[in-house]
Design a protein around this ligand. Structure first.
Ligand code: 26Y
Length: 818
């Protein structure tokens, strides 16, 4: 049991039962006979949170007291997923908790179902941050995850008449048992106003920022446990009004104005922007970014100096990892804190700053590269604009000294002078960091040859790669217990902390008994998903069919519509009676579209239209079914990956920086059909090309096609099958008479086809034929499935974090056991 000095929080079944009843009665004021399912969930969550707190309560102290460098992860997004199940796994008390509940006549699975997850992110980038927290905690690396406590997370998606509808995500409506509010940990953040330059008494050049408004940020801490290890803290900031004179008794007459001001302040952390890969340049978003970055840096300086340390050692005690450019205003803010507030000389401050930050790039898409209009930035953060100009003028001077051309200098400048002048945040992050990394081998290579090409020439040593990974504890051990147990039975449990030990499964790949049990587990998982699909959509599917799945944000570059074109082709073939080479398949889609992204929403509408047509046609639905599962999130993802046979990773080569769903599917035994994009390349390398369905052009071929003057219309004209499929988009049959419905997609594909679907269509379809053929050979399929899992060792986020430690942070993982 874990002694606390404040009473015991034991891990036995009896301890859990006792505490659970205690929470129910004293915390919630309920007796067991009169409870809602949410009461029961909350009481258990509080019981487990106490045990989690026990593990992490000293980690902040340890963080600052230890001599090694600590890591601060700065991310505007996190997607932790449900906490309860994961914490039970990490505390190794799943069985005890289940038994405690059973004795009380309660069911653990029902409780797990009750939890509403914090949707504090859009997709891959936010989920990656949370996988990294899991691995940092498990590896025992002193670290803090800083971010924003959005009151409303990513919207909830409903499907009405086939269209996506968004509703607000009130994830806090039942309270949040996992967090601890820290009213004593709060900082003031300034906005707007002007600066005043002067020379002070000691003849020091001094800049004062006279803001227009001030807002207070308060810390909310959530323990993130590691497996068999202590935890780390996710510290999220909530915005509140400062207790200024507005609220004093002297100003009673203006009470309403003061309250209004308070409400306006709290706006800053109200809602997550639901756009990914497409910036909107919204003022509030800039405020969010600056707000959380300023609170976090002030907190770190406070932690550092209250330990009696000097700021000149800041970079030795901390590395800050910037999760994309969203927190990159931190470079200017740390300079401001050092120079203006702590009276450090510019050169020294710059030296420390550049040795503190490291920057991870997650995208090459031009529309996702953050830029802030100089006019906006100067209005909200006048001092930061001055600092950015100063950094830039020194940087450009350096380039001139080194003989860079005028063109190059204009390209590299932190300020983009084409059109409305704006600050290029990727350049600020690159100049202000000691390392810059991409998220897969291919992406890191393209980063150096495209977006940051000039910088890679200037500082080759600064650039590196860390291929993404996923936590196999959440995405296999927790969400696929059937497969996890089968594997543990054969190779023991060492894999929980060392995924490379899966290699030992290779020798079982052709073992018929093992194969049989492997298939049984998959079938059970598919049965569970079948039931979920029925509940969520009303559609009945057959778990014996091939489950062919694409789940991720809806984007043209990810090419969900390429999969749809193939489904339409199958439909037309079946209607033609040509069913011989088709393996009975259920096509499953899920994912959210940004609310303002018209074509993405139309792709969803297309999927639901095809689903309706196919599922209701008796002639067709014996061969294929189509499902769109609404409201994809971490919790739903955990049900889907274990049940997938085929994983669709079909983005246009060069566009998907890494992908992480690709890893989660393969880890759960799905085979992949995919392009040579992102981490697919490395997955294929690891699992073996014979165990991966590759199709489509390479990045270089895509480039070449474009250079040669790609004319999608030509493919339409020359390929009768493709023509039939595309024309079907405006058929009465599909559109129920509204033949204009999909015209925007149709025209987009025929006129521009920016992601070259038509060019890759044939290659994709013929690969599908191979998939169908292999599906009929159960043994071969199962063998490949086992080999995929056996060779996933590289894609644990534990490996990613070890890479960050070695290649970037220069720290050694040391697991501190209690
Ligand atoms: C600027 C703003 C609109 C914005 C907000 C969110 C831009 C981008 C994003 C999110 C990007 C994202 O999720 N990127 C994904 O990161 C994953 C983790 O590295 C990659 O696996 C994936 O390929 C990439 O699309």
């Amino acid at each position: 049991s874990l002694g606390t000095g404040a009473g015991e929080v034991g891990l036995s079944k009896e301890d859990i039962t006792k505490d659970f009843l205690h929470k129910l009665f004293y915390h919630l004021g309920r007796v067991p006979a009169l409870t809602t399912s949410n009461d029961i969930y909350t009481a258990m969550a509080l019981t487990i949170r106490d045990r989690a707190l026990r593990k992490f309560v000293r980690s902040i102290e340890k963080f600052t007291q230890q001599d090694a460098r600590g890591i601060a992860y700065f991310s505007a997004e996190y997607l932790p997923g449900p906490h309860l199940g994961n914490n039970l796994l990490n505390l190794e008390i799943v069985d005890e908790t289940k038994a405690a509940l059973t004795e009380l006549g309660l069911d653990l699975d029902e409780l797990l179902d009750e939890e509403e997850e914090p949707g504090l992110g859009n997709g891959g980038l936010g989920r990656l941050a949370s996988c990294f927290m899991d691995s940092l905690a498990t590896l025992g690396i002193p670290s803090i995850a800083y971010g924003i406590r959005y009151e409303f997370g990513i919207f909830k998606q409903e499907i009405r008449e086939g269209w996506q509808m968004e509703t607000t995500d009130k994830w806090l409506h039942n309270g949040n048992p996992w967090e601890v509010m820290r009213p004593e940990i709060s900082y003031v953040v300034k906005f707007g106003g002007r600066t005043e330059h002067s020379t002070n008494g000691q003849n020091r050049y001094q800049v004062d920022w006279l803001p227009e408004s001030e807002i207070k940020g308060t810390a909310y801490d959530t323990p993130i446990l590691g497996y068999q290890s202590n935890g780390i803290i996710m510290r999220l900031w909530k915005a509140e009004a400062v207790e200024s004179f507005d609220f004093s008794v002297y100003n009673m007459g203006d009470y309403y104005r003061a309250v209004e001001k308070k409400l306006r302040s709290e706006n800053i952390t109200k809602v997550l922007y639901p756009n990914d890969e497409n910036l909107s340049g919204k003022e509030l978003r800039l405020k969010q970014q600056y707000f959380f970055v300023s609170c976090s840096l002030q907190d770190m300086i406070n932690l550092h100096t209250t330990q009696g340390r000097e700021l000149k050692n800041f970079h030795e005690k901390f590395a800050i990892q910037l999760n994309d450019t969203h927190p990159s205003i931190a470079v200017a803010e740390l300079m401001r804190l050092f120079v203006d507030e702590h009276e450090m000389e510019w050169d020294e401050a710059w030296d420390i700053t550049r040795n503190t930050f490291a920057y991870t790039n997650h995208t090459l898409l031009p529309e996702a590269l953050e830029k802030w209009a100089v006019s906006l930035l100067g209005r909200i953060l006048p001092r930061h604009l001055e600092i950015i100009y100063e950094i830039n003028s020194r940087f450009l001077e350096e380039l001139r000294d080194k003989g860079f051309s005028g063109d190059q200098i204009a390209r590299m400048s932190l300020i983009d002078e084409n059109g409305e002048p704006s600050v290029r945040m990727a350049h600020l992050a690159t100049v202000g960091s000691f390392k810059v990394n991409g998220v897969s081998e291919l992406h890191s290579r393209l980063l150096k040859s495209q977006v940051l090409n000039d910088f890679a020439g200037l500082w080759p040593q600064k650039f590196t790669n860390v291929t993404n990974g996923v936590t196999h504890r959440r995405f296999l051990a927790m969400s696929n217990p059937g497969l996890a147990n089968l594997i543990s039975e054969k190779i023991g449990e060492g894999w929980l902390t060392d995924l490379t030990s899966f290699k030992e499964l290779e020798k079982l790949a052709e073992n018929e008994d093992f194969q049989k049990r492997w298939r049984e587990v998959k079938l059970q998982n598919k049965q569970a998903l079948t039931q979920f699909i029925k509940e969520q959509t009303g559609v009945t599917v057959d778990p014996e069919m091939l489950f062919d799945v694409q789940v991720k944000r809806i984007h043209e570059y990810k090419r969900q519509h390429l999969m749809v074109l193939h489904i339409i082709d199958l439909y037309l073939r079946i209607k033609d009676g040509k069913t011989e080479n088709i393996a009975a398949s259920t096509f499953i889609f899920a994912g959210k579209a940004a609310p303002g992204y018209f074509l993405a929403k139309l792709i969803i509408r297309l999927i639901t239209a095809v689903a309706e047509l196919v599922n209701e046609d008796e002639e067709v639905n014996r061969f294929i079914k189509v499902v769109f599962l609404p409201n994809f999130n971490v919790k739903q993802a955990q049900r889907i990956y274990p049940a997938a046979d085929l994983s669709e990773q079909i983005s246009m080569a060069g566009k998907e920086a890494s992908g992480t769903g690709n890893m989660k599917f393969a880890l759960n035994g799905a085979l992949t059909i995919g392009t040579l994009d992102g981490a697919n390349v490395e997955i294929r390398e690891e699992v073996g090309e014979e165990n991966f369905f590759l199709f489509g052009q390479t990045t270089e071929e895509i480039q070449q096609t474009r250079n040669e003057g790609y004319r999608p219309y030509q493919y339409y004209e020359e390929n009768p099958k493709l023509k039939k499929v595309l024309d079907f988009l405006s058929s009465e049959e599909l559109t129920k008479g509204d033949t204009e419905l999909f015209k925007p997609l149709y025209h987009n594909l025929l006129q521009q086809d920016p992601y070259q679907l038509l060019k890759d269509f044939d290659s994709y379809c013929s690969k599908k034929e191979e998939v169908f053929k292999l599906w009929n050979d159960k043994k071969e399929w199962t063998k490949k499935s086992i080999l995929n899992v056996a060779r996933m060792g590289k894609f644990s986020s534990d490996r990613s974090i070890r890479d960050y430690c070695e290649k970037i942070w220069n720290v050694k993982p040391v697991k501190l056991k209690e």
